[in-house]
Ligand binder design. Structure first.
Ligand SMILES: [Zn+2]
Length: 367
């Protein structure tokens, strides 16, 4: 594709996503209201319709989401006061409402700490209803694992609920802000615009950090917000609860599910970052990973780090033997074939690592 064609293709995407920036329900009433003005005697009717849609728009802004709670999986109790909803292990689609990562909440003395804002305001709202069934303490803190849609697109819901403390790595916050129209459109297209529509870019409301930040959560406890370096995404946030010996590494660590590599994924750095994470954490730390159920370090090492190392070795051998990208499809990944999304990822993963190693363009993804 020529450069100019690429730019105009991007502009078309921006324009079409702009139409998704507002609510179709409100938009249709707005158009209807204007149309009524042109009919004799229609002015009064038009006024009432316009007053109605403005009212709906206002309400929608103040509550973050109008609709029924979605049927999410029940949160599982990981430890005293620590609950997680283990998201679907397959691709985001209308059947899982985009909830294919983990949403966790931790009850502290001063309030509730939420990890990941959710893939849209509807899931955030439904998750909030689950929290309210377990505690009447208010949600006071929200942190997001990275720049991806399922980490960020629910954030405007939490802002509308009055949450003032939102945390993200500075690179992730910048990447989400820059990619926002594309990320929102991509998630809307995949899981449904109805539940994604009301999401707004609230990256300006986030407190960002570079390496480490400590949050006092009351009762003598603190939450450490950490970054060990790039990997799955260029910027990532790890939430560590030293007093409970629990860590939430986001997409730095996967359990069971096959790794998915995007254009922005640097697998060489990911392996190094994982080593740093492993060496810093206590050996017996309980892990609530980005994908998959809560587990220990040995299991996420096997499913994340060991897989990356295996693939690096295989791809390197192909390059050294003078092989091309097409040869990466022959790498025997059958040891992983029972993993969710194996079919959709394994060949792409091999090709991605090949391109990384020879310095080829990795494309562009808006996940
Ligand atoms: Zn993710």
């Amino acid at each position: 594709m020529k450069k100019s064609t690429l730019i105009s293709a991007l502009l078309i995407t921006i324009n079409s996503s702009a139409t998704f920036a507002s609510d179709v329900y409100i938009e249709s009433f707005e158009t209807y209201g204007k149309e009524m003005q042109s009919f004799p005697g229609g002015q009064e009717f038009s006024n009432s319709i316009q007053a109605y849609y403005k009212d709906v728009e206002q309400t929608q802004k103040s509550v973050g989401y109008i609709g029924k709670p979605l049927a999410l999986p029940k949160p599982i109790k990981v430890a005293e006061g620590v609950y997680t909803i283990v998201g679907s292990l397959i691709w985001h689609n209308p059947s899982n409402f985009g909830l294919n990562n983990n949403l966790t909440f931790i009850i502290f003395e001063d309030g509730v700490f939420v990890f990941n804002a959710g893939p849209n305001p509807a899931v955030a709202y439904s998750f909030h209803q689950q929290i309210k069934k377990i505690t009447d303490k208010p949600v006071k803190w929200v942190a997001v694992e990275n720049s991806q849609g399922h980490a960020y697109l629910g954030a405007s819901y939490w802002v509308d609920q009055g949450v003032k403390n939102l945390y993200s790595h500075d690179v992730a916050n910048r990447d989400f802000h820059n990619g926002y129209p594309f990320i929102k459109k991509s998630w809307g297209d995949r899981v449904g615009h109805e539940i994604t529509e009301t999401a707004r870019d609230v990256s300006d409301k986030f407190t960002t950090f570079e390496d480490k930040m400590t949050v006092d959560v009351g009762g003598g406890e603190t939450v450490q917000i950490l970054n060990f370096g790039p990997g799955h995404t260029p910027g990532s946030t790890i939430v560590y609860l030293p007093s409970r010996n629990i860590v939430l590494p986001g997409d730095l660590a996967y359990n069971h599910r096959m790794l998915a590599l995007f254009s922005y994924t640097d697998t060489q750095k990911w392996a190094k970052t994982f080593e740093k994470f492993m060496n810093t954490m206590p050996k017996d730390v309980l892990i609530i990973p980005g994908h998959g159920s809560p587990t220990n370090m040995a299991k996420v090492k096997q499913d994340t780090y060991d897989y990356l190392k295996f693939m690096h070795k295989e791809v390197k051998a192909i390059i050294e033997a003078g092989g091309g990208i097409e040869d990466t499809a022959k790498i025997d990944q059958s040891a992983y074939q029972d993993r969710p999304v194996f079919e959709q990822t394994h060949k792409n993963n091999a090709a991605h690592i090949y391109k990384e190693m020879v310095g080829e363009d990795l494309g562009q993804s808006f996940e």
